[in-house]
Design a protein around this ligand. Structure first.
Ligand code: MN
Length: 247
């Protein structure tokens, strides 16, 4: 009898860079795939431009959802005007991921949110963002490491201190984790039922979760780029896929 591993749905982004400027494609960064696979899950990509009924059908198929990194959330989503540094905004991706987030939060579907993902889940549930750390919080540590030609994307940029009572402490089996850092935006405020699960030393929110949810975790770093070297990164994906299996 064939075994059935948990299906993990990962929404795409629209890539209109370089050769795709005139003919954008739907895409996703490849590192999420082996990170899910090594934890025992089977990933599939969710396209943009779905009607809500179709999105709901794919949501039902998924045992869990992974929100990946990417561009900036439209600040209108949290009642702010555009900052001069605002990057690539994709309103259709915001809409799709915000819908998935609200369903997963309300219905107990496991969700892991990475980098842009932690910002999406915060906004989806009523929180706000810092639009640009370097200009709005000039005393913050450097969170945008790994510029092309400088550091590799798995460069360990800064530690994150986890909230002692958080689920994440149990999952990662550590109170402090070293993280890579590839973001210029960050979560500014969180709204219920989301709680902060970790901060960097400058007070930036780096992890969130929903207490009591089967698995609802957001991290500002990129654990999918660390699974080769860091046991704590593998633990995060294993805990996520295990929750998807039990759901
Ligand atoms: Mn950071």
């Amino acid at each position: 009898m064939a075994t059935t591993e948990p299906l993990i749905g990962i929404p795409c982004r629209r890539d209109r860079s370089g050769n795709y400027r005139l003919k954008p494609i739907l895409a996703q960064a490849p590192a999420y795939i082996p990170a899910v696979v090594q934890a025992g899950g089977v990933p599939f990509l969710i396209p943009l431009d779905l009607p809500e009924t179709g999105l709901r059908q794919l949501y039902g198929l998924a045992d869990g959802l992974l929100l990946a990194g990417g561009g900036d959330v439209d600040p209108a989503r949290y009642g702010a005007g555009p900052h001069p540094t605002l990057g690539d905004v994709q309103p259709e991706r915001d809409a799709l991921e915000i819908t998935l987030t609200r369903w997963a939060a309300a219905e107990g579907k496991p969700l892991l949110a990475i980098c842009r993902g932690i910002q999406v889940v915060s906004v989806a549930l009523g929180g706000t963002l810092w639009q640009d750390i370097p200009s709005q919080l000039p005393k913050a540590v450097l969170h945008r490491k790994g510029k092309p030609g400088e550091n590799p994307p798995d460069f360990l940029a800064h530690p994150v201190r986890l909230t002692p009572t958080s689920r994440l402490v149990d999952i990662l089996q550590a109170g402090v984790v070293l993280t890579n850092s590839l973001h210029h935006q960050a979560v500014r405020t969180v709204a219920e039922p989301l709680t902060v699960a970790g901060y960097s030393a400058d007070g930036i929110i780096e992890a969130v979760e929903i207490p009591g949810h089967p698995f609802f975790v957001g991290v500002q770093w990129h654990p999918e780029l660390l699974v080769g070297d860091m046991e704590s990164a593998r633990r995060l994906f294993r805990a996520f896929v295990s929750a998807c299996r039990e759901g």
